[in-house]
Design a protein around this ligand. Structure first.
Ligand code: MN
Length: 341
């Protein structure tokens, strides 16, 4: 059931302290920030039971967790294509509150699922939407917005600039010094003890306190720098496409492609890393000339057990390892003109 921003706000305001809350989040800065802001909100409301669940599309699902009929499920920043089937499994007695900003051609037809998707409003990372719904730590929300490239979109300018002015520090500072540091620390935790990142982060009260993540950043940064160099030596180029397969120890693909693609914005970057029998793919085109959402759907169309989607200019996919060559062929044979805008 689609609801408006106001209805969504009312829905959240009307939650009582006796309601049991189940927050779903993940190790991605935008998504984690949503989790923390919601957690703080329900804590302030004195909700007695607030459970936090961590889901990873490839490992587990919402329905793997024990959600009782009395719970209210809160879920944000998960692409509908990845969770739709799973959402449908939630019994109708359970109210689900869902907000997201990924592209999706799917629809939810269930009455118990209250959905507020912001795709029609522009590119609004969910940590901004959640902040506007429940308030709380704006600095955290700003970092979530930056992690998702929100600063590249006019619609977030006012929201961000207001914060930069208040804090007296620049976009560059928050992006390079803080957001990337945090994004790399998350990657460290993802590999080592993923849940604790969320619990440490939610205990912090200011941007200065983020320093405690510095040592975790350092470890991942070594590998990050190594692959920045390797990209220069080993990536393949086909027209506007830059293709880079690599095998990192830490899951740095997203932040590496975000970083590298910001230098030549009109190119299409395609980064691939292995994961068991699969290959995970990220695509970026920061000039926004191309619709990568359609492009990746097309390039994986004939690949069995593949999934793809996300955003217009930051897309992704997962394919079987044995389809690597097929995918590369599909991609290199594309007529890019068909995917403009
Ligand atoms: Mn997001």
């Amino acid at each position: 059931m689609k609801i408006s921003f106001e209805e969504e706000k009312n829905f959240l305001e009307n939650i009582k302290k006796t309601d049991k809350i189940a927050i779903f989040t993940h190790t991605d800065l935008d998504r984690i920030v949503c989790g923390v802001l919601f957690y703080d909100f329900f804590k302030k409301k004195d909700c007695i039971e607030i459970d936090v669940f961590f889901i990873d599309y490839w490992k587990n699902k919402i329905s793997d967790f024990n959600i009782s009929n009395k719970m209210i499920v809160i879920i944000s920043d998960f692409a509908l294509e990845n969770i739709l089937q799973d959402l449908m499994k939630i019994p109708e007695k359970i109210k689900v509150f869902y907000t997201d900003h990924h592209q999706s051609k799917e629809n939810i037809w269930r009455k118990n699922i209250y959905e507020f998707r912001t795709t029609d409003l522009g590119f609004i990372p969910s940590s901004r939407t959640v902040y506007e719904l429940v308030w709380g730590k704006k600095w955290l929300s700003v970092l979530g917005v930056l992690a998702d490239f929100g600063n590249e979109y006019e619609e977030n300018k006012e929201f961000l600039n207001e914060f930069f002015e208040e804090s007296g520090k620049s976009l560059n500072y928050f992006k390079e010094e803080v957001m990337y540091m945090l994004a790399r620390a998350i990657i460290y935790f993802e590999k080592n003890k993923e849940k604790s990142f969320f619990y440490i982060l939610k205990g912090l009260n200011s941007i200065e306190e983020l320093k405690i993540f510095k040592k975790y950043n350092d470890e991942v940064q070594k590998e990050f720098n190594k692959f920045v160099r390797e990209f220069k030596e080993k990536s393949e180029k086909k027209g506007k496409i830059k293709f880079f397969y690599f095998e990192p120890e830490y899951n740095i693909k997203s932040i590496l492609i975000n970083y590298i693609s910001s230098f030549k914005k009109d190119e299409i970057y395609v980064f691939l890393t292995p994961s068991n029998e699969k290959v995970n793919i990220s695509l970026r085109n920061q000039s926004r000339e191309f619709n990568l959402y359609n492009l990746i759907k097309y390039a994986t169309k004939n690949l069995k057990d593949s999934s793809s989607g996300w955003h217009l200019n930051a897309a992704g996919a997962t394919i079987r390892k044995k389809d690597f060559k097929k995918f590369k062929n599909n991609l290199f044979l594309l007529n890019l003109q068909n995917f403009r805008g």
